[in-house]
Design a protein. Structure first.
Length: 563
């Protein structure tokens, strides 16, 4: 689709959707234009262009033709250099030959070079207006150009690794509609599949646009040439390391852990108890489930008697001191493994959500901290909880810290880790968990930015509920059902309050608003996105026996809007 306009206040976007076509060369036809939530959109993996982008023109390629032997062949346009055409029949020598001939052209006329590179100056009905280096202006399709100089290193088109830095943001609703494939029933497989999808999306531009043959050689050469030309023309060197450094800085978020803050977090108002105490204990010793993330770590072995004594001591602390909102399972056949679930606290965008963690106690424990894995379900609900399961916390030594912020073998405990995750990570304003954003705490700018961040976080939290309902971790199946049966009414009540304008993260245990400030009510874009999730949430809750009769009208809202 093509973005027509953006309403920053309502967080809505006017988008013209193009009719899908089998071939990129076919003319694009606008099918419809509609206003959608900004939370539902994500940039196209291949066609993401902005004003001022430096672009290079890609060699045109005709439609795939059926070969005489039944296979598919790619016919190059006549404008493509003869070296590239000859390379199509011999992959290895072609790459060398193409690069040699293209290198010889470096000394050719400047006009020819400049006609390959230009700046985006406008957008018109899906066409991109480009001013080329030779002074000419033309309109091209999104498939005809390639962006350089923004985030990509022109010399390394194939060696990028996906980053989680932005993956927490918006996830397509359809990612929760997974087939009932036995191979996908394992949450670990689910996470790995999502990571593979991200890798495929990240690399799709290289594979679909230029392939791995002579065209990639040509594109690599032209990309380097474009960067050099624009550097000479402007006299300004673009510091490409700024974005990379910024990305690295956001890889982890500082979450400090000290005694006073950890104790204060215990006093945060909790959501209503998720399960009856008669049904499930807060602490229990069971047999290790086969879906534990660290199951294969048995090869590492365990410690000696001193290690066993320390682990039993940790069990005793957990059994006697677990708060109402944390449940833990340890395993008699695998003392080195732990599984825990944290219930999202009221007054946060995580309210009534379930967040599962697997822990591994290495043979060096307690000299070394435990390893932690978060069951993300492919959703980045927090800056500190990555899609691949990584947990960024200074107490786990996965982020830098000082003093009692880091793991101390003589005083730190697993209970402290759990309380820190609940109070310092799954908090009321996760926006300030972003790297460097803690400086904005208490500022007008920070509070303003935290509002849309909370809205998106809540949408992801609801999608996380759908994932957990469908694939509860082993040993917690009854707990998940009991929790959502008991709290399903309040979850839907919270959704209704948000649809009526309540501020996200400002509800009490009974899902009643605690802040009536209309100036900061929920945005229209948030309401549109939430309205599309609600029908599936209501269906999932009804399937486990939750009473949704009072809120079934919420599921009909989206159907009415579509009609």
């Amino acid at each position: 689709g093509l973005v027509r306009s953006v309403n920053a206040k309502d967080r809505t976007v006017s988008v013209s959707w193009f009719r899908s076509s089998l071939h990129s060369q076919e003319p694009r036809v606008i099918e419809c234009t509609e206003v959608v939530s900004a939370y539902e959109l994500d940039g196209h993996p291949d066609y993401d262009y902005c004003y001022g982008d430096v672009v290079v023109r890609l060699p045109s390629v005709s439609h795939p033709m059926e070969s005489s032997n039944g296979g598919n062949t790619m016919e190059l346009d006549k404008n493509v250099d003869s070296a590239e055409a000859s390379a199509a029949s011999n992959a290895v020598p072609a790459d060398v030959a193409a690069e040699e001939q293209l290198s010889q052209k470096e000394s050719s006329s400047e006009v020819t070079h400049l006609s390959w590179v230009g700046n985006i100056v406008g957008f018109q009905d899906g066409e991109i207006e480009v001013t080329w280096g030779d002074g000419s202006v033309s309109k091209v399709g999104p498939h005809e150009i390639y962006v350089v100089g923004r985030e990509d290193d022109g010399g390394s088109l194939d060696d990028g690794a996906p980053s989680d830095a932005g993956s927490w943001e918006t996830v397509d609703d359809n990612e929760m509609d997974l087939p009932d494939d036995p191979a996908n029933d394992d949450p670990q497989n689910m996470v790995e599949n999502n990571i593979q999808k991200e890798n495929a999306s990240f690399n799709s531009q290289d594979e679909s646009s230029v392939g791995s043959g002579p065209l990639s050689v040509a594109l690599g050469f032209v990309t380097r040439l474009a960067s050099e030309i624009f550097a000479r023309e402007s006299g300004d060197d673009i510091d490409k390391n700024e974005d990379e450094n910024r990305m690295e800085a956001s890889e982890c978020t500082t979450v400090t852990t000290n005694d006073s803050s950890a104790e204060k977090s215990v006093d945060v108002v909790m959501a209503d108890e998720a399960a009856d105490s008669d049904c499930l204990k807060h602490f229990d010793v069971l047999q290790c489930p086969p879906d534990h993330h660290y199951l294969e770590n048995i090869a590492h072995g365990t410690g000696g008697r001193k290690w066993v004594k320390k682990v039993q001591q940790e069990w005793g602390i957990l059994e006697k001191n677990l708060p109402d909102y944390i449940y833990v399972r340890v395993f008699e056949d695998r003392m080195d493994l732990i599984r825990a679930v944290i219930i999202g606290a009221s007054g946060t965008p995580y309210q009534d959500g379930l967040f599962f963690f697997d822990f591994y106690l290495p043979p060096e424990f307690p000299q070394a901290p435990p390893s932690a894995y978060y069951h993300s379900g492919g959703l980045r609900v927090n800056p500190n909880l990555y899609v691949d399961g990584k947990v960024c916390l200074s107490l786990l030594n996965t982020w830098t810290g000082r003093g009692n912020e880091v793991w101390d073998p003589s005083s730190s405990s697993i209970l402290q880790v759990l309380v820190s995750l609940q109070g310092l990570v799954l908090n009321e304003k996760p926006y300030f968990n972003e790297a460097g954003y803690e400086k904005q705490v208490g500022t007008v700018e920070g509070e303003k930015n935290a509002l849309p961040y909370n809205e998106n976080t809540y949408l992801l939290s609801v999608k996380s509920m759908l994932y957990i309902l469908r694939r509860p971790p082993m040993n917690f199946e009854d707990f998940v059902k009991s929790h959502f049966c008991k709290r399903g009414h309040y979850i839907l009540k919270a959704c209704e309050a948000y649809l009526q304008g309540a501020v996200v993260g400002k509800l009490n245990d009974d899902a009643c608003p605690t802040d009536s400030n209309k100036e900061y009510s929920c945005s229209m874009g948030f309401k549109l996105a939430l309205g599309k999730i609600l029908p599936r949430l209501i269906t999932a809750l009804k399937d486990i026996g939750a009473d949704c009769s009072q809120y079934e009208h919420l599921g009909k809202t989206e159907a009415a809007q579509e009609s």
